[in-house]
Design a protein around this ligand. Structure first.
Ligand SMILES: [Zn+2]
Length: 278
């Protein structure tokens, strides 16, 4: 069966809408994030939390826009999160610098009013971006771990690392939100339909049916989980994910398969004859 193809206009339209909505949403998120009090902006953690939030926003918008082009989505989400985090840091710096200048202005005002020699000498402003970074990473100098102490000498490197980790966290969350298969015909994402748990005997027969490769048998006491997902087409064949679970071993996905109609009919007969199917 030939799959319908999407026109270049559709693809370009989705991509543009997605990008524009992401720019608006991320700008709002990052400006808000810049005004969070400095003591809550925990080193390392804050960028990752923000990156995760940005990735969630990017992924949700992608779902609404039917942006299912995963090869574009991951690098674009990475880039957008990195730009958003950098913007947030720039804005945080601006907020910090302005409050510092306001304080300085108040002090010189007080010096003028009271003619107090103690206020007379205003120190030169120390509000460059480097000053901000040095202050931000200064808690590291008090660390008992010498590696962290010396890392504090490289604030720009640490900042880059923070932003990169946040960007990766965001891209992974966004990609995860659109990881389900997408159907071009009904323009919907696959959604969970049913799940079946089988004992070892029925499970082994199912595995044999669904995979062409020889699989190690599921021992007695083990189980096979089948999870069906499908799009909204009435004639859709579900995608089935098989997970094996056996005593003393980690649960593992054996195969994710979209069987042909014949195999699906055989599977249904097999499951109907099995009382444990839920
Ligand atoms: Zn469909």
């Amino acid at each position: 069966m030939d799959k319908p193809r999407e026109s270049a206009t559709t693809i370009a339209g989705r991509l543009t809408t997605w990008l524009m909505l992401c720019v608006v949403a991320l700008s709002v998120l990052m400006v808000a994030a810049a005004y969070v009090p400095a003591r809550l902006k925990l080193l390392g953690l804050y960028s990752i939390v923000l990156g995760l939030a940005a990735g969630w926003v990017i992924g949700q918008i992608a779902r609404q826009c039917r942006m299912h082009y995963r090869r574009v989505l991951f690098p674009a989400a990475l880039l957008m999160t990195i730009i958003a985090l950098s913007g947030q840091i720039g804005e945080s710096y601006r907020v910090w610098r302005n409050s510092k200048r306001d304080r300085l202005a108040e002090q010189s005002q007080a010096a003028l009013i009271f003619d107090n020699p103690a206020f007379g000498e205003t120190p030169p402003p120390t509000d460059t971006f480097n000053d901000y970074l040095t202050l931000r990473f200064s808690p590291l100098t008090e660390s008992s771990w010498s590696l962290l102490q010396s890392a504090a000498n490289w604030p720009r490197l640490l900042l880059g690392l923070e932003v990169l980790l946040g960007g990766l966290a965001g891209a992974f969350v966004a990609a995860r939100l659109v990881s389900a298969p997408f159907c071009v015909t009904c323009e919907s994402w696959h959604e969970p339909q049913r799940s079946v748990v089988l004992g070892s005997t029925a499970g082994n027969r199912c595995l044999q049916l669904l995979t062409n490769k020889e699989q190690p048998a599921i021992p007695e006491g083990g189980r096979l989980h089948l999870e069906y997902t499908s799009c909204r087409c009435s004639s859709a064949i579900p995608v089935i994910r098989c997970t094996r679970e056996q005593p003393g071993q980690a649960t593992s996905v054996v195969v994710t398969v979209q069987p042909n109609r014949e195999t699906l009919a055989q599977l249904t007969t097999l499951l109907d004859g099995n009382d444990n199917a839920q």
